[in-house]
Design a protein around this ligand. Structure first.
Ligand SMILES: Cc1cc2nc3c(=O)[nH]c(=O)nc-3n(C[C@H](O)[C@H](O)[C@H](O)COP(=O)(O)OP(=O)(O)OC[C@H]3O[C@@H](n4cnc5c(N)ncnc54)[C@H](O)[C@@H]3O)c2cc1C
Length: 304
């Protein structure tokens, strides 16, 4: 590794100056993805690294005019401990609560999770079913990117090298809505999703599903929606037949690969099982019934 220039920015403007104009600089937030990539040799450090953790504007989260606004440096620990996230945007709390260990959740940020663009990232699916928009800022100003348009492939986003993610905006959900994120994991901690599914459903007064979004994690080169699973639950009361159809739809929409952690057939079969669980928990929460956060351990009692 050659010499690396290390800067600590204290304002977004300062960081943008350092990463703009053809610079090869990369930003580092918590470093929990960046340094793993460097150490494994998969992603060598560039000539310049810009630390952004001291930029006050990029910290914090809260509800403004009904919308959830999360700044890029909000940590997973902060997100899953936030009462508003837990009650109103529960799938995101389910996800952040599963990231790595206590240490990983304390240093790992939402912006880093999203911009690292792993198809197995925890928070992307929940934010997709919750209809989030990501704010990217460059010297030219801010642009709002619907999260479904953020990723172009594993490790790739639509952000240009001179753009920073400053945060995420998540709209309020209608009454009688619920959301959930569930993953398949082989062990309880320090695991990434073998397969994951997120769901957000809205019910009418009689308990019929009037709106449904389902997203699949680690089942394609990027996180994807599952139109077949969504169609299967719409207009139903979430009974067993509808949930079985959700499972079939999710398996059909999945585009998994085989790797050392699971083969394609197993992932496709599990896509259905996990999507069915996510939809069932989201519907339960939409009905006002409580379900533990994170939801995953309830299903993974055998994991160690
Ligand atoms: C032991 C361990 C366990 C883990 N377990 C999980 C897990 O269970 N689930 C999971 O999803 N992840 C997991 N991770 C990955 C990682 O912790 C998360 O993805 C975390 O959210 C990354 O945030 P960070 O701030 O550390 O990112 P960094 O490493 O600082 O950055 C990651 C990438 O995003 C870019 N970046 C960061 N912030 C911005 C920004 N604001 N604007 C533009 N680009 C930016 C960086 O340049 C870099 O390319 C784990 C990591 C470790 C080391």
């Amino acid at each position: 590794m050659g010499d690396v220039a290390f800067h600590t920015a204290t304002t977004v403007a300062e960081a943008l100056t350092l990463v703009g104009d053809g610079s090869d600089a990369r930003v580092v937030a918590g470093g929990s993805d960046l340094m793993v990539g460097v150490r494994s040799g998969k992603s060598p450090l560039p000539g310049t690294v810009v630390a952004i953790h001291r930029i006050a504007e990029l910290h914090g989260l809260g509800v403004v005019a009904g919308e959830l606004r999360i700044a890029a440096l909000a940590s997973h620990a902060e997100i899953c401990a936030d009462a508003d996230v837990c009650s109103g945007w529960t799938a995101l709390a389910d996800a952040s609560a599963l990231v790595g260990s206590h240490a990983t959740r304390n240093v790992g940020t939402l912006g880093g999770n999203l911009m690292n663009a792993s198809p197995a990232m925890e928070t992307g699916g929940p934010l997709m079913v919750l209809g989030a928009t990501v704010t990217l800022r460059s010297a030219a100003g801010d642009r709002a990117v619907p999260i479904e348009e953020l990723w172009t492939g594993p490790g790739r986003t639509v952000a240009s090298p001179g753009e920073l993610c400053t945060g995420v905006v998540v709209p309020a959900l209608p009454a009688h809505s619920g959301s959930a994120y569930v993953r398949l994991e082989y062990r309880r901690a320090m695991e990434i999703a073998i397969v994951g599914a997120s769901a957000c459903v809205t019910l009418d007064e009689s308990g019929i599903v009037t709106s449904a979004r389902v997203a699949l994690t680690a089942l394609a080169p990027t996180i994807i929606r599952s139109p077949a699973a969504e169609a299967a639950i719409l207009g139903t009361d979430g009974d067993d037949a509808a949930l079985d159809a959700v499972a079939a739809g999710a398996s059909a929409d999945a585009r998994p690969i085989s790797d050392l952690r699971a083969n394609e057939d197993y992932r496709r079969a599990m896509a259905g099982v996990i999507a069915k669980r996510a939809v069932a928990v989201a519907a339960q929460r939409a009905r006002g019934e409580s379900f533990p956060i994170p939801a995953t351990p309830v299903f993974m009692k055998g994991s160690v």
